[in-house]
Design a protein around this ligand. Structure first.
Ligand SMILES: [Zn+2]
Length: 228
């Protein structure tokens, strides 16, 4: 995407922030930051920190699993659509390894959902409306983030896992074509949801649509013309 800068390293792995990440910060915290109330502004700050940490944990789950299953992560990027883990080499050839590397991302979010959900049950948390609201919000956000990433579409984790799974019984081209078509349907569904007023959902739908249209086109092209 746009310009990005390194914000630090975790166990030697560089973490970058792309400027498009500002879109997410505004989306998550905008209404709190402009509320004029100190309480709401600090709530917005905590939500932005909590959601950023959730995305980072999702990407680190990919990176760590990849590291142990045979592909070295090169860096992690936080951007306007969440984040991405980049790899220094080719993905492992065994399907189960690629499936595991893909699925640990959403799994990390479901684990975070469980942790935040358990926190909301604590009486110390329940007696404090402010803390209760933040933890409940982070629980729900992680649940939906995990679900969204399981969509069978490129370049989401669900699409990558399904492509690897289908590739065990079908040719790589057919596997890619099937996920691409499912991805176009998923994009159309998100666009339909976005029409009710979410510009961000519409943008995500367009990005998903383009990525999956590309995948379908490249799968249909003869192998010597294939470039992705
Ligand atoms: Zn992921």
């Amino acid at each position: 995407m746009g310009a990005k800068f390194e914000i630090g390293r975790i166990a030697g792995l560089p973490i970058f922030i792309d400027v498009s990440f500002i879109v997410l910060v505004v989306l998550w915290g905008g209404q709190y930051f402009t509320s004029g109330s100190t309480v709401l502004m600090s709530m917005g700050f905590l939500l932005v920190v909590g959601l950023t940490a959730s995305i980072l944990i999702h990407e680190l789950a990919h990176a760590v699993t990849g590291h142990y299953l045979g592909v070295r992560p090169s860096h992690v990027e936080l951007n306007g659509f969440g984040g991405l883990c980049y790899w220094a080499g080719a993905m492992p050839s065994q399907a189960w390894r690629r499936i595991a590397i893909a699925l640990v991302g959403p799994l990390a979010n479901f684990a975070l959902y469980y942790v935040f959900e358990q926190l909301t049950e604590l009486s110390a948390v329940q007696s404090n409306r402010f803390v209760l609201q933040v933890t409940a919000y982070l629980a729900v956000a992680n649940w939906y983030f995990g679900l969204f990433n399981l969509f069978p579409a490129f370049p989401l984790d669900g699409g990558r896992a399904l492509e690897a799974l289908l590739g065990t019984v079908l040719s790589p081209t057919t596997a890619k074509l099937i996920v691409g078509v499912l991805g176009l349907i998923a994009a159309a569904y998100l666009a339909y949801l976005g029409l009710s007023g979410s510009i961000w959902l519409l943008v995500v739908a367009v990005m998903l649509g383009l990525a999956n249209y590309d995948a379908v086109q490249s799968a249909r092209r003869p192998p010597w013309q294939r470039w992705n």
